[in-house]
Design a binder for this molecule. Structure first.
Ligand SMILES: *Cc1c(COP(=O)(O)O)cnc(C)c1O
Length: 236
């Protein structure tokens, strides 16, 4: 299958899964994860109507925004671990293109982003960046995401900034558990976030292997890579 057929196939499966779950597929954003692929893939996807792409490395995101910021209507999603010493790259990207950050996962990152985005009347003072709090769905504290016990504090801290807007939660299902169970927990964490920020309704969940389960659990944003792009080129 070529890129267009794989995209159409996944979109049909998303529509089916939404219908079976009694959900409106148009309320679900399908993000195509383009990490490690050349920027030409983003142009090809844009030509096929894709408007949401995801990257998981700051340097790569910065390079691709530079090379493809001209594509009309394209929205960028940062889904990777953000090192605090590189947040300037995120701020620079956000000044050029629409950007959502899916991976807010610690107080230090909120502080660093807030400073980089210009808390004191910088370009984002009027339009804060759409931000999702990544929650660790595993028992391993070394994995990405805030521990559920610390969730409310991070929501409150993020919501207090003028540069970041809390839109919801993000999670990656652990490998050693059925994804449906993990996504059910994520849905409950989403309720806890909405108790603090009522309109933070976004749930970013579901990848190539588990997007159907994520749709059942209420995901509003799917992050799908290899099922659409084909295998990723080797990196590092
Ligand atoms: C790479 C990646 C994806 C996409 O993974 P696939 O299995 O290729 O669909 C989704 N979410 C995150 C956080 C990723 O890093």
């Amino acid at each position: 299958m070529d890129l267009a057929s794989r995209l159409a196939d996944i979109d049909a499966r998303i529509a089916d899964a939404a219908r079976s779950a009694g959900r409106d597929a148009t309320a679900i954003t399908r993000i195509v994860v383009t990490k490690f692929h050349p920027v030409g893939l983003i142009r090809d996807l844009h030509g096929l109507g894709v408007r949401d792409v995801g990257e998981n490395r700051l340097q790569e995101l910065a390079e691709k925004v530079d090379a493809a910021h001209d594509l009309p209507g394209l929205r960028w999603h940062f889904i990777g671990q953000a090192q605090t010493n590189k947040v300037r790259l995120l701020a620079a990207a956000a000044a050029r293109v629409p950007l959502t950050i899916h991976s807010i996962d610690r107080p230090k990152l909120v502080d660093a982003l807030d400073r980089a985005l210009g808390a004191d009347g910088g370009p984002h003072a009027a339009s804060p960046i759409d931000s999702l709090l990544q929650i660790n769905l595993t028992d391993d504290p070394g994995r990405g995401g805030i521990a559920p016990a610390d969730l409310e504090r991070l929501v409150e801290q993020t919501a207090r900034t003028s540069t970041l807007r809390v839109r919801g939660v993000m999670g990656v299902a652990p490998l050693d558990e059925p994804p449906a169970a993990a996504f059910d927990r994520l849905a409950r964490y989403s309720e806890r976030v909405r108790a603090v920020v009522p309109d933070a309704t976004w749930i970013s969940a579901g990848m190539t292997g588990d997007y159907a389960e994520a749709i059942v659990a209420g995901a509003t944003h799917l992050r799908i890579g290899s099922a659409i792009t084909g295998p990723r080129p080797e990196r590092d």
